[in-house]
Design a protein around this ligand. Structure first.
Ligand SMILES: [Ca+2]
Ligand SMILES: [Ca+2]
Length: 184
């Protein structure tokens, strides 16, 4: 099968770097209210995000918990996760000292797209939800369920049937993360 469990996990941030760069340059044109902040509706007007199966989750990443406006600073901070690793020097995260686009931070960003209830674990259900969005309608629920099971089996080392962040890091192929295997 084309869908190997570990490659599936790599599909989690299916927005390309060039798409993000375009979004970045469009912040001001997106800001219809000209108040220096973007609403969810502003983001939903972006075609690349509108057609992206994980578009809503990626949009959510731009909004701090409980807020409905994304200011330019937060916008840039979220975008920084998508920059290629060689830009690291310009992207220092002052709080942790680690660049936002380091492998760990990129993985954490991806992990959070799955972990909807923010309990720091990806459950089978959360995995299934993402798989369903990614693969479309050509795969039956049964097949999808078995892909989810295999993915969890491959990643889960402590036997709780969930994928923790440390388990997630171990199964993600380094090269795939470094390059970000985006869907165009
Ligand atoms: Ca969870
Ligand atoms: Ca586990």
């Amino acid at each position: 099968s084309v869908l190997r469990p570990s490659t599936l996990l790599c599909l989690c941030v299916p927005v390309s770097h060039s798409q993000i760069t375009r979004l970045y340059s469009r912040f001001h044109s997106l800001d219809k209210g000209e108040n220096g902040a973007l609403s969810r509706e502003d983001f939903q007007r972006i075609p690349e995000l509108a057609i992206n199966p994980l578009g809503d989750r990626i949009i959510n990443a731009f909004f701090p918990e409980g807020e409905d406006q994304a200011n330019f600073r937060g916008f840039m901070r979220t975008l920084a996760h998508f920059r290629p690793v060689e830009d690291n020097e310009k992207n220092k995260d002052l709080t942790s000292g680690e660049p936002l686009n380091s492998r760990t931070n990129k993985l954490l960003f991806a992990f959070r797209l799955y972990d909807l209830d923010r309990d720091d674990k990806i459950s089978r259900d959360e995995l299934l939800q993402v798989l369903r969005m990614m693969v479309g309608v050509n795969i039956s629920d049964e097949q999808l369920g078995s892909i989810a099971d295999r993915t969890i089996q491959e990643a889960d080392t402590n036997g709780d049937m969930c994928i923790s962040f440390s388990e997630f890091i171990k199964v993600m192929p380094g090269k795939a993360v470094f390059e970000f295997h985006f869907r165009e």
